[in-house]
Design a protein around this ligand. Structure first.
Ligand SMILES: *Cc1c(COP(=O)(O)O)cnc(C)c1O
Length: 366
């Protein structure tokens, strides 16, 4: 031990190891996720299938060919250009980070700190977590009872609060609800003076695409990720599409060299071979329909229709249902403590065999 704490002469509180930490950080609980080992993993909305083996082999070869002693591209320019080509977007309007969760932090830094973060309730936990950590004023408007966007409520909140960042998730998480484009547009059009984020993490499963709406106004971004339909959650890459004026500001907050050379190599291979994504998304959509239909006539549980690769299952007792599924080797995510989601579990669509197991196990619930 190199130091002995000084005894307080005055009876004031002794400094602790966390005394210097901002109160906003101390007041937030650690990220509420405990990994659970189960043979059938339907709790994180991942792709049930790994990145295709032949592409993985190509990626490894490309990693081998790159010098690991050299820094990668400062802002992953080659990867940004490949994403721009894939999305038919101006490369100057693309920002990449290790997962779109990082972009959510940066967007909160860009327009939330000391300002407002506006979203709905329930919502994706990272929006509210970053707002709390970074000391933004968090405003949440409850979803309508059918989980559609509270258009009038959001418009009122946009008027009533000083600007900041507005998060709209399409399709929504954790409900899987995809709104009418007219409703999304009504909210976004009312957000003049705000930074508007349309999080499209699951758009491949809904067939929705808000690039057009983003292009119409300079203050809007689409957030996209390789973590879901691309089957690359382990590689960690997300990106924002926006106007170059806005991404120039956002890029200032991105740490230099934030996407490593190995990830860049893997993602370049993925973007040269994107065909598999469509086939897999189509299988998810078909399996989602099969699961919802198989569970539709359950005596006590109600599956909630979804446009994503997951759906909510309303049960009479979420704790009992969760543990029953776990006994059958299936892990899902509890969402029953979120406002409006009493009794709800969130179930990801897995492989057909995994989905059969889920259907059978839910069938045993009463
Ligand atoms: C899964 C998910 C993401 C993706 O996060 P990554 O950091 O890219 O893995 C983003 N937004 C929502 C709403 C999600 O559910």
């Amino acid at each position: 031990m190199t130091s002995t704490p000084l005894l307080s002469q005055t009876g004031t509180t002794q400094p602790t190891p966390t005394s210097g930490v901002r109160a906003a950080v101390r007041n937030v609980p650690a990220y509420p996720f405990t990994p659970i080992d189960a043979p059938i993993k339907l709790d994180q909305n991942e792709s049930a299938y790994d990145f295709p083996a032949d592409l993985k082999a190509q990626a490894v070869e490309r990693m081998m060919a790159r010098p690991w002693n050299r820094y990668p591209d400062l802002h992953a320019d080659t990867l940004q250009a490949a994403i721009a080509a894939y999305e038919d977007w101006d490369a100057a309007g693309v920002v990449v980070t290790p997962g779109s969760n990082v972009l959510i932090k940066l967007l909160t830094e860009l327009a939330g700190i000391g300002q407002t973060v506006l979203t709905v309730s329930p919502t994706f936990s990272v929006y509210t977590l970053e707002a709390q950590l970074l000391g933004a004023t968090l405003v949440q408007v409850p979803l309508n009872p059918d989980f559609s966007l509270p258009v009038e409520g959001l418009k009122a909140a946009l008027k009533a609060n000083p600007p900041g960042v507005l998060y709209v998730t399409q399709p929504h998480a954790p409900t899987g609800y995809a709104d009418a484009e007219a409703d999304v547009r009504a909210v976004v059009d009312a957000a003049e003076g705000w930074v508007v984020v349309i999080d499209e993490a699951y758009h491949q499963y809904s067939g929705t695409d808000y690039r057009g709406l983003v292009q119409e106004g300079g203050n809007r971004l689409s957030l996209r990720t390789f973590s879901k339909a691309w089957g690359l959650a382990g590689a960690r890459l997300g990106y924002a599409l926006a106007s170059p004026q806005l991404t120039t500001q956002l890029q200032k907050l991105v740490s230099a060299f934030n996407v490593n050379a190995l990830t860049q190599a893997a993602l370049e291979v993925a973007l040269e071979n994107p065909e598999y994504v469509k086939h897999r998304a189509a299988e998810v959509v078909q399996e989602r329909g099969r699961m919802l239909a198989a569970l539709a006539n359950h005596p006590t549980c109600t599956p909630i229709p979804s446009q994503a690769n997951f759906f909510l299952l309303r049960t009479p007792d979420a704790d009992a249902a969760y543990h029953h599924l776990l006994e059958r080797g299936i892990v899902v995510r509890r969402q029953d403590r979120l406002p409006g989601l009493q009794g709800c579990l969130r179930v990801a669509v897995g492989t057909p065999a995994e989905n059969d197991a889920l259907i059978a196990a839910v069938g045993e619930l009463r």
